[in-house]
Design a protein around this ligand. Structure first.
Ligand code: PGA
Length: 267
């Protein structure tokens, strides 16, 4: 049995005070949620506050990115040991908002919107390796753009991103990883991938893991869906065979809507 993982990706939102209020509101709302894992991924500046506010609740703490070096002259970066130090157990890696063309001003990103900070399959792989080395669970995001979907390349893109992220990773640990299938065209757009299709592509990721690490790994690896998950579509998505939780952006910013999504996954 795979335990569903419901993760809130706050992106660039919430002050420390807002983060504290969120956690205090969320705790009682999910007190009855059994058989699921709940993860909150705030901005770096609110990590320690969320950790403290979570107290002895079951809320897990994740970061939204990391750099693969441990320390040194890397202005503006944060590393796996520092995320551990702040209380993180998980880290999102390769989110579509971090992949793509570095330094291209947003107005020029037409048709490729949402891909801003220059992560590549290579840097995603380095980040995954660093996270694993330091005992953080990586949530590895993969997914196609609208143009790639329209060109019929969804499956090959997702397979290639999955394989590339795992270069050099011990195949014996593949079952402990978390992937998030996040079709770029469904992120922050209000457009959700139909549950049947989301489930199918999550199955493609699972089959890729099977090819790399065998059937036991494929049965254990968790594959989330992300992209406009909301209280009213969560149950349909989360009830599907290959979908083991959700990576939630917009709807994770309010404690009540995030709690409704968590409860929709209740085992
Ligand atoms: P969204 O974001 O739920 O706002 O579409 C999902 C994500 O980017 O992880």
């Amino acid at each position: 049995m795979r335990i569903p993982l419901l993760a809130g990706n706050w992106k660039l939102n919430k002050t420390i005070e807002e983060a504290n209020s969120f956690v205090n509101e969320l705790k009682p709302l999910i007190a009855d949620a059994k058989g699921v894992e709940v993860l909150v991924c705030p901005v770096f500046t609110a990590l320690a506050a969320v950790k403290a506010a979570s107290g002895d609740s079951a809320i897990l703490l994740g970061a939204q990115d990391l750099y693969w070096k441990e320390s040194g002259a890397y202005t503006g970066e944060v590393s796996a040991p520092l995320l551990k130090d702040a209380g993180c157990t998980h880290v999102i890696i390769g989110h579509s908002e971090r992949r793509g063309r570095f330094g291209v001003p947003e107005p020029d990103l037409e048709g490729d919107a949402g891909r801003v900070f220059g992560d590549t399959d290579t840097s995603v792989n380095k980040k995954v390796v660093a996270a694993l080395q330091h005992g953080l669970v990586p949530i590895i995001c993969v997914g196609e753009t609208l143009a790639e979907r329209q060109a019929g390349t969804t499956d090959s893109i997702v397979q290639a991103q999955t394989r590339a992220a795992l270069t050099g990773v011990d195949t014996n640990i593949l079952g402990s990883l978390v992937f998030a299938y996040e079709p770029v065209w469904a992120i922050g757009t209000g457009e959700t991938c139909a549950a049947e299709e989301a489930n199918r592509v999550c199955g493609v990721i699972r089959a890729t893991i099977e090819a790399l690490g065998g059937s036991e790994a494929a049965q254990s690896v968790r594959v989330q869906y992300g992209g406009s998950v909301k209280p009213d579509n969560a149950a349909d998505l989360l009830g599907r065979e290959h979908i083991d939780g959700a990576l939630v952006g917009g709807a994770s910013l309010k404690a009540d809507s995030f709690a409704q999504i968590v409860l929709a996954a209740k085992n």
